[in-house]
Write a protein that binds this ligand. Sequence first.
Ligand SMILES: Nc1nc2c(ncn2[C@@H]2O[C@H](COP(=O)(O)OP(=O)(O)O)[C@@H](O)[C@H]2O)c(=O)[nH]1
Ligand SMILES: [Mg+2]
Length: 470
Amino acid sequence: MKNNHIEDIYPKLDEVGQIIKFGRKEIVYSMKKSLNNFQENFKSLITKNEQQEEKIDILKKGIMDRQLNLDTLNNKYDLVSSFLGANPPKNEAMEKFKDLIASDFIEFANNESALAEEAKALLILQDVEKRLQDIITFPSIYNKNIVAVGGGFSAGKSEFINSFFMDKEIKLPVGINPVTAIPTYITVGKQNSIKGYSYKGGIVSLSSKLYKELSHDFIKSLGFNLKDIAPIMAIETPMKSYENICFIDTPGYNPANIGYTDSDEDTSKEYLKHANTLLWTIGIDTNGTIPASDLEFLESITLDDKKIYIVANKADLRSRDDIEDILDGFEEILDEYDIEYEGISAFSSINKEELEYRGISLFDFLEEVNNPVEVQRSILAELKDVFNMYRVAINEQILWTKNIQSHLKSLELDFLESGVDIEDNDKANERIENMRKLFNHDYLLKQLKSLETLEEMILQSAREVFISLE
Ligand SMILES: Nc1nc2c(ncn2[C@@H]2O[C@H](COP(=O)(O)OP(=O)(O)O)[C@@H](O)[C@H]2O)c(=O)[nH]1
Ligand SMILES: [Mg+2]
């Protein structure tokens, strides 16, 4: 009730006062007074009520906070136990492939001695097995062009990838210490899907809400490194294009940083090794040069056949003139170090915009690499290469033994020509026969045959792994 309402009544009271003959002034006065009292009481009642409501709100909030803490605690417990309990999905085709390599192939390799580079062949097979296993575990990366986002700590790798996300509900954690940053595969999806992978290869699905919590204090509050039980994450989320790209958010690599271990460097290198394309981010907010450790890293990687693109990130924090100078400096130093690159982009991940570029623009570059990769063909080709290595080595030995056989034959003929018949000389005859046996290539021919069978079995088994994906 507002003042004017009460005052509205005053003229009416005056009217009443006029009807009443005696003591009307007093009556009207006391009525007005009690009305005013009522108004005061009412006001204080309202304030009290408001205070009460405020108190109730505070209480409610307290309860909710406690609930949240409880949820967090529950989440923590659930999260850890689900990671520890998750088992890798069973894939029979993959098991069979592994079995063939571990038993049949190893048995063949042990019986065979022609191939001098056997260690290399085994390494290739191991690598193929790992790639197949990765495809089984992360089907979303199958046939995707792997684009690794590398760079030093806090260069803005995660924020850079975030700049492509269309759904604000999902965000890679930023400002995360590389020791706790979890390498993450990011691909286009119609809907958000977040999966964590346990060290055993078990899969745990996470809600966007829980994932958000993972970003910050939650990780700290765990009291251990979550990365130890969840070494890899995979995210699918809507992005404008790039349906053929799989970005990898690497933990960052910065050997000079405290708390950085060799294994972090190894992790980054491992991921970069399997990527076809490398986006190297450098935060130009600090001094606007390429750190020496970055140059060393890029130099080592250029030796492989990879496309490198340089992102001069956080360009929003620099003036136009600065940006020009910084890009000039980048070009100069990259040339000096003989590092081949497709372009340099002065980019702002926060504003999602490119301010300037050299070579080709970042978006053109990404469009260029947005092509499917024929993984099946490349894996089968690698397997065939291994078998060819053996085939070539065994055939060389066969040729060599044939050569020796023909020398033995000539030796016999030489003896004959000089009038000595070896057939008459038991000892000499036996020696030649022994040599014939020693350099017999029947055994090699048999190996060649088992090589063919083994190759067909292993190729077929690999094909079945791909069929199991469909
Ligand atoms: N102003 C600005 N800040 C950025 C940009 N990119 C990243 N950052 C910030 O730099 C910090 C480190 O970024 P983050 O993505 O976590 O770096 P990472 O360690 O390389 O993954 C975060 O606070 C980001 O918000 C950018 O383009 N502009
Ligand atoms: Mg990061």
